[in-house]
Design a binder for this molecule. Structure first.
Ligand SMILES: [Zn+2]
Length: 303
């Protein structure tokens, strides 16, 4: 099974629960029993037929050696009786050679063997790999459902805050829950407040420290969503804004930027974010500074 899900959708928990059920020697309906030998091994995290395949040590890819070891293990333990589960929490990490090696195993799996391939972006996988899997997309819940679930998790913030956190995370409830933790939510509030302040005093360059943080990629995403909200506001589609809790900031952005500048800035920030995430050794502070200068110059030109 190729399970496609956004971050924060609980796909790990889902796969673990299904695995527990598959491994259990006496499952009760849809649940594992929790007490058989197999369940005890699973609970201890030491089941020999349960494999979690992650990136090689010190790398962010899964190489062909890992797949060879796995295949050898499956073949030599084929006659053990119980189910075998192989879980790839991020199948995008497979190198091309490793993907090709895995194809053969997927085509002719050993008995009672289950593969769970988890991915965020199926388009980045080899088409031949995708075509050998059952594809399942874990869709996000309706906003109403996510709000009521979050309220049950002792999130005591206003509904507008909860809704904003859900939308900022493309509907994924667990990711929203993390963002709504007091220290994280405060961070985002401060981010927005300080942007408002620096836009008002026309000192965008001094906003740099708010961007130049270890979680810069996330902060740039927040900024992009604010820029796009400002476009929606200009087009009288304010109801569709993501950052419903930031109406004065969105109004401000929409007032001082033309639609062209907003869209151009959003694209440029997207490129900047992509570079920061993918180019090794790129100087984050310099890259962010140059992008802020671009944006500030565009604003001056407009004024
Ligand atoms: Zn059991």
């Amino acid at each position: 099974m190729l399970l496609h899900a956004n971050a924060g959708m609980g796909s790990d928990s889902l796969i673990y629960a299904i695995s527990r059920w598959l491994m259990c020697q006496q499952p009760a309906g849809m649940k594992s029993c929790g007490s058989c030998h197999s369940c005890q091994l699973m609970l201890a995290g030491t089941h020999p037929d349960w494999h979690k395949i992650t990136a090689d040590k010190g790398k962010n890819t899964i190489g062909i050696e890992s797949i060879r070891c796995l295949t050898e293990f499956l073949v030599s333990h084929a006659q053990q009786g119980g189910a075998k589960v192989i879980w790839f929490p991020a199948v995008e990490a497979l190198t091309e050679a490793a993907s090709n090696a895995l194809l053969k195993t997927l085509e002719e799996p050993t008995d009672n063997t289950y593969f769970f391939l988890e991915c965020r972006d199926p388009a980045s996988l080899l088409a031949t790999l995708r075509s050998r899997c059952f594809y399942y997309y874990l869709s996000v819940p309706e906003c109403k459902t996510a709000i009521s679930w979050l309220q049950k998790q002792k999130i005591s913030l206003a509904q507008v805050d909860i809704e904003t956190a859900i939308k900022l995370n493309a509907g994924a409830p667990l990711a929203a829950l993390t963002l709504l933790q007091p220290e994280n939510w405060l961070k985002r509030k401060q981010f927005c407040q300080s942007l408002m302040q620096h836009l008002s005093t026309k000192t965008l360059l001094n906003w740099l420290p708010e961007l130049d943080q270890p979680d810069a990629a996330c902060r740039i995403s927040w900024l992009i969503s604010l820029l796009l909200d400002a476009v929606k506001y200009q087009q009288h589609a304010g109801n569709y804004c993501v950052n419903q809790d930031q109406s004065s900031l969105i109004t401000k952005l929409a007032t001082i930027n033309s639609v062209d500048i907003l869209l151009k800035s959003a694209t440029e920030w997207q490129n900047c974010r992509h570079q920061l995430m993918s180019v090794m050794g790129l100087n984050q502070e310099l890259r962010l500074t140059s992008q802020l200068i671009n944006w500030q110059n565009a604003l001056h030109y407009h004024n």
